[in-house]
Design a protein. Structure first.
Length: 317
C-alpha cells in the first residue's frame, strides 16, 4: 500500500483528484460517455508524442510534431480530392511526413543544429508546405471512409473507444521495447551520459535519425486521424496540440519511471491533459486558464526532470 504513495505514482492521485473535483462541480463531467470521450480525445495527442517521448529521453527535443500532423491532415484531404482511394491515402499521408523527420535529423547530425532550432525550422517548413495545397485554408474531405471513421469514433461493445484501445496496445508494445531491448538502453544512455554512451559504441547519429523518422511517421498517422475527425485537412491546426503534447511528455516523466520520460508515462500525461481540458470546457472556464495551467505544469515537470538528470550525472561522476 505504501508503494502507491511513492513519487512515481503521485500523478495517479492528481488524476483521481481532478476527476473527483470536476465530478463534484459538474454532473455532466461524470457521465460515463464523457469519461470515455476523454480517453478517445487523448489518443490523438498520445499518438503524436510517442516518438517525441523517446527523443526527449535521449536528450533531444522535437517541437515540429503538431505541424507535421497538420501537413499530413491536409495531404490526406488532397489525396482524396484528386481521387486517391482511402486504402492508399492512409499510407501515402504518413509516409509523406517522413522527409520532415529526416530533415530534422540531417540538420542535427550533419550541420550540428541544436534540436530545438532544427525542429522549429522544420515546423515552419511543414506549415509552409501544407499551406501550398489550398492557399493556407482548410481543405474539406470529398468523401469519408467507414474504416477510418470506425477507428476514430467507433466503440467496442458500444462503450470502449476503439482509437484508445489501439493506442493503448501500441504504447504497451513500445513500453516493452523500451524496457526489454537495446532501444531503451541506448536512448537513456544518450540522455543521461552522452559521452559515456558514445564511448560504449552507441551510434548516436543513426539512433537520432531513426527516432526522428519514427516521430514524423507517427505524427503523419495522427494527421490522417485528424483529417477524419474534422472532416478536413487543417494546415494550421498544429499549434493547438503543441502545449498539450509537450506537457503530456514532461508530465509522463513523473510517472512510472520518476524523472525519466517513458511511453506509458506520456500516455498517462495525455489522459491528464485531456481530463483537464474537458473539465475546464464543461465548467465554462475561459480557455486561457487551461493554457496557463498546462504551461505551469510543463515548467514544473521540466524542472523535476532536469533535477533528476543532474542527480544521476553527479552519481555517475
Amino acid at each position: 500500500m505504501r508503494a502507491l504513495f511513492k513519487p512515481d505514482y503521485i500523478l495517479i492521485w492528481v488524476l483521481l483528484g481532478l476527476v473527483g473535483l470536476f465530478s463534484i462541480l459538474s454532473p455532466d463531467f461524470r457521465q460515463v460517455g464523457n469519461l470515455f470521450e476523454i480517453l478517445r480525445s487523448c489518443s490523438l495527442i498520445a499518438l503524436m508524442i510517442l516518438g517525441v517521448t523517446w527523443l526527449v529521453a535521449s536528450g533531444e527535443i522535437d517541437v515540429s510534431f503538431p505541424n507535421i500532423a497538420a501537413f499530413a491532415s491536409i495531404m490526406t484531404a488532397y489525396c482524396i480530392k484528386i481521387g486517391v482511394p482511402w486504402s492508399l491515402t492512409i499510407f501515402i499521408a504518413p509516409i509523406s511526413a517522413i522527409p520532415f523527420g529526416i530533415l530534422s535529423a540531417v540538420l542535427i547530425n550533419t550541420f550540428n543544429f541544436p534540436a530545438l532550432i532544427a525542429t522549429i525550422a522544420v515546423a515552419s517548413v511543414a506549415t509552409s508546405v501544407a499551406s501550398i495545397f489550398n492557399n493556407g485554408q482548410p481543405l474539406y474531405l470529398a468523401q469519408s471512409s467507414d474504416f477510418v471513421e470506425f477507428i476514430v469514433y467507433g466503440k467496442l461493445f458500444g462503450i470502449f473507444p476503439v482509437l484508445f484501445l489501439i493506442v493503448l496496445a501500441l504504447f504497451l508494445f513500445a513500453q516493452w521495447l523500451q524496457n526489454n531491448t537495446t532501444i531503451g538502453q541506448h536512448l537513456y544512455a544518450l540522455g543521461e551520459n552522452r559521452r559515456a554512451a558514445l564511448e560504449a559504441g552507441i551510434s548516436e547519429k543513426r539512433f537520432i535519425m531513426n527516432i526522428f523518422v519514427l516521430s514524423a511517421l507517427l505524427a503523419g498517422v495522427s494527421g490522417v486521424l485528424l483529417a477524419a475527425s474534422f472532416s478536413s485537412g487543417q494546415p494550421r491546426i498544429g499549434g493547438s496540440f503543441f502545449i498539450d503534447g509537450l506537457t503530456a511528455v514532461f508530465l509522463g516523466s513523473l510517472v512510472i519511471m520518476f524523472g525519466r520520460p517513458n511511453v506509458l508515462g506520456s500516455l498517462f500525461g495525455a489522459v491528464i491533459i485531456a481530463t483537464l481540458s474537458n473539465g475546464i470546457t464543461i465548467l465554462g472556464i475561459p480557455f486561457y486558464a487551461g493554457t496557463i495551467s498546462k504551461g505551469l505544469l510543463m515548467v514544473l515537470c521540466v524542472g523535476v526532470m532536469v533535477w533528476q538528470r543532474s542527480k544521476l550525472a553527479n552519481t555517475s561522476a
